[in-house]
Design a protein around this ligand. Structure first.
Ligand code: DBV
Length: 261
């Protein structure tokens, strides 16, 4: 059974990957975004869709990587990297990058299914790590939502120490084993948590006012260092290189996933 190949005219065309484990959450995202006037965010055609046959000759496995992206008022880029292989390989990685004229955090989700289990991360991540004016009003809204869902989930364990300063006090983080009980947890906790985090974020966007030119330059510098960090430390680098080769993987990480321009 292979994934349905899609001919997508641009990155904004709907993504409807047959058997993609994270498709329902992706659809929730589209529903929530549908009140905004979404515009295409061009992605080079080589990165819109990529497929490789891997595994053994007796048991070949197709691994596809699709990129979905758009932009809208106050948001410079929203992009999703969507990977589907066999049942135990599936990724939905989402980043929303606001225009630096607005005092907004990033939105980030990393939903990863691998043969050793699910790894689930959700956060609104500050652009400036130690500026009290930046996102000061966000945390009192996010922390109760975080607490409600995190208390139902096991803690995800240690994260790389250099990553810690990028996380917010509302970082939702868990690891679950493969199996039906985890699928119930994903449906009953992760999916609604994602919707609540994203709804809060969209509300923050709607309420955001322009900042001064001076502050906007600070935010821009913070965004650059965050994207540089994410591109240097991308945990998917090994996997993408293995499937598609070093040249494609490096270009994808630097020019598409974490493009600073
Ligand atoms: N992570 C990405 C992109 C991916 C991706 C663009 C295209 O930033 C997938 C895919 N993340 C991915 C994979 C792994 C992780 C791990 C495949 C597993 C790597 C492995 O085990 O081999 C959250 N993601 C992780 C880890 C953390 C995060 C903390 C464990 C890293 C480690 O142990 O080294 N990623 C991190 C985070 C956000 C995020 C907080 C934003 C909310 O996107």
């Amino acid at each position: 059974m292979s994934i349905v190949k899609q001919i997508r005219l641009n990155s904004l065309s709907p993504l409807n990957l047959q058997e993609w484990f994270w498709q329902p959450i992706f659809n929730d995202m589209i529903d929530l975004l549908s009140t905004f006037n979404l515009e295409n965010y061009p992605i080079p055609v080589d990165y819109l869709y990529k497929s490789v046959i891997t595994g053994s000759s007796r048991k070949p496995i197709e691994v596809t990587t699709s990129t979905w992206a758009c932009k809208f008022k106050k948001i410079q880029q929203i992009r999703a990297a969507c990977i589907q292989g066999s049942g135990s390989l599936s990724v939905f990685n989402l980043v929303i990058k606001p225009c630096s004229d607005y005092n907004l955090p990033f939105f980030g989700a990393d939903f990863v299914t691998l043969p050793n289990g699910h790894l689930l991360a959700l956060d609104l991540q500050p652009v400036l790590k130690s500026d009290p004016f930046h996102t000061e009003d966000v945390w009192e809204k996010l922390i109760p939502i975080h607490h409600r869902w995190q208390s139902l989930l096991p803690d995800g364990g240690d994260i790389p120490p250099e990553a810690k300063s990028y996380f917010s006090p509302g970082f939702l983080w868990t690891r679950l084993p493969l199996g039906n009980s985890s699928i119930s947890i994903i449906n009953e906790s992760i999916r609604p948590a994602f919707k609540e985090y994203l709804s809060l974020y969209l509300q923050l966007i709607s309420n955001a006012d322009r900042v001064s030119r001076e502050f906007s330059l600070k935010l821009l510098a913070g965004q650059k260092s965050y994207f540089t960090y994410r591109s240097e430390k991308d945990p998917a680098r090994g996997m993408l290189t293995r499937f598609y080769g070093k040249d494609w993987a490096e270009e994808y990480i630097h020019k598409v996933l974490f493009n600073i321009d």
